[in-house]
Design a protein around this ligand. Structure first.
Ligand SMILES: NC(=O)c1ccc[n+]([C@@H]2O[C@H](COP(=O)([O-])OP(=O)(O)OC[C@H]3O[C@@H](n4cnc5c(N)ncnc54)[C@H](O)[C@@H]3O)[C@@H](O)[C@H]2O)c1
Length: 441
């Protein structure tokens, strides 16, 4: 007698089979730094992928095979588009044709440091209207623990449709590290947790088709918390080392030498480095998702608040270094020409979001400095009423003081040292050079 399947098994079995045979039609909602690389990995693995984004400009560029994400070369994207494996659209009608949907939309903070869920909510509203039974939905946007079960699940729930039986819902934190040549979407282990064991298993199966290593966990809340632990760990350790840098500065000790020597300990120590402040879409923001949530449970996230405060002081600390260095040479900041090397929030990328360079420039301008910059990845920038085009780095030496804010690999550091009269180095980019022209953080 043929085996009779219950509806649960039949729906799960059909979706699992489509995933295993790479016939599942994959959808990625939000084609930014996270979504576009993910779309490319699944298309590379042989799936037919549809990207949905509200930005017409991005959709047009994807369909033209023209990448705007540093980690995705156009030479990789274009053949996938040409072969019909990857396409993009602004039209959520595409959801009706999809078997899997990954949500990779922004999760910023409001001015009050409360989570801004509006992007998740609006994309889920569109998905809820159109998805069919037998769909796997995975939220990847970083968010507070409970979002998938408390916000997304109620939006997708419909009479007669049961999660884990008729559709599948998971959370999987995105760990992409833009500009990292060693770890990219394909080889960063992927944590995934579902609303039910059947959801977790579907999520695991899905990622296992395109990514090298999948780490299933028991619930969506665990998966959500994993990301917040990772980023909070980083934020707090950076806060600690920033405070140590301020202490060392006061005591005349070279903090960089201290860290390098401490890092020779083969156990129990992990080096973090000070700098002009936190930047990007993750480390300065994600921990506040956690502190917002825990406040509701009556717990003050004191480590997070303290590290946030210290990290927020760093642009001021860097500017004071510049001011002291100029004063020592008999020059006031007011009227001095100050040239910033690197404005992206970290080395070798073009992302300006939350970049501490913007704060440093603003603070220097408020003190009356004439500010210019060089950055091979950022040709121009706008900052309040200040607009500037990047200057060739060969002209940095014309300034009264050069400030290395982002240590891009492309900069010619020996040349910079030779041409400049004073360099404040907030990243230890001039490690190994010794000169009275150099002032280190
Ligand atoms: N960038 C990173 O390094 C990184 C790393 C790990 C996690 N994350 C998290 O991943 C998520 C996405 O980040 P990102 O850096 O890719 O952001 P991004 O701004 O680069 O991309 C988000 C995309 O979503 C689109 N979008 C916005 N609202 C939409 C909607 N309603 N429907 C469809 N598309 C919509 C935007 O147009 C944009 O293209 C965030 O939660 C972020 O915290 C980012």
């Amino acid at each position: 007698m043929p085996e009779v399947q219950t509806p649960t098994e039949a729906t799960a079995h059909m979706l699992a089979e489509k995933i295993r045979t790479h016939r599942a039609r994959v959808g990625i909602v939000g084609l930014g730094y996270v979504g576009l690389p993910l779309a490319v990995e699944f298309a590379n693995a042989g799936f037919t992928v549809t990207g949905i984004d509200i930005s017409e400009g991005k959709v047009e560029r994807v369909n033209a095979g023209d990448s705007y994400v540093g980690d995705v070369p156009s030479a990789t994207l274009a053949p996938l588009v040409e072969s019909g494996k990857l396409r993009a659209t602004t039209d959520f009608a595409a959801v009706a044709e999809l078997d899997t949907i990954n949500i990779c939309v922004p999760t910023p903070l409001r001015k009050t440091k409360d989570p801004d869920m509006s992007y998740i909510v609006s994309s889920c509203q569109e998905i809820a209207k159109r998805f069919h039974p037998g769909t796997l939905v995975i939220l990847e946007s970083t968010t507070y623990p409970g979002t998938t079960d408390e916000v997304v699940l109620p939006m997708l729930s419909k009479p007669g449709l049961e999660v884990g039986r008729d559709f599948f819902l998971c959370f999987s934190p995105e760990r992409v590290d833009p500009g990292n040549p060693k770890y990219q979407t394909v080889n960063i282990p992927k944590v995934v947790g579902g609303c039910t064991p059947a959801c977790s298993e579907m999520g695991r199966l899905f990622y296992a088709q395109a990514l090298e290593h999948v780490v299933p966990v028991s619930s969506t809340q665990v998966a959500e918390m994993v990301k917040l632990l990772e980023n909070t760990f980083r934020m707090i350790n950076i806060g600690l080392v920033n405070e140590i840098a301020m202490m060392c500065g006061r005591m005349g000790i070279n903090v960089w030498e201290v860290i390098d020597a401490a890092a020779t300990k083969p156990f129990g120590f992990m080096p973090f480095y000070p700098g002009p402040g936190l930047g990007g879409h993750c480390i300065p923001i994600d921990p506040f998702y956690l502190s917002w949530k825990t406040k509701q449970a009556g717990i003050e996230a004191r480590f997070i608040e303290l590290a946030g405060y210290i990290n927020g002081q760093m642009p001021h600390f860097a500017v004071e270094k510049v001011q002291d260095a100029l004063n020592d040479r008999g020059k006031p900041v007011k009227g001095s020409r100050i040239h910033i090397m690197g404005v992206a929030y970290k080395k070798d990328i073009d992302d300006l979001r939350e970049s501490p360079a913007l704060d440093v420039m603003l603070l220097l301008r408020r003190r009356g400095a004439i500010v210019s910059y060089s950055d091979p990845h950022v040709p121009s920038l706008k900052l309040d009423d200040f607009r500037a085009d990047a200057m060739p780095e060969s002209r940095a030496g014309e300034a009264d003081c050069v400030v290395i804010v982002t240590d891009h690999s492309a900069f010619d550091y020996p040349g910079l040292l030779e041409r400049s009269c004073l360099i404040v180095d907030t990243r230890n980019a001039l490690k190994g050079f010794s000169s009275p022209k150099i002032v280190r953080l």
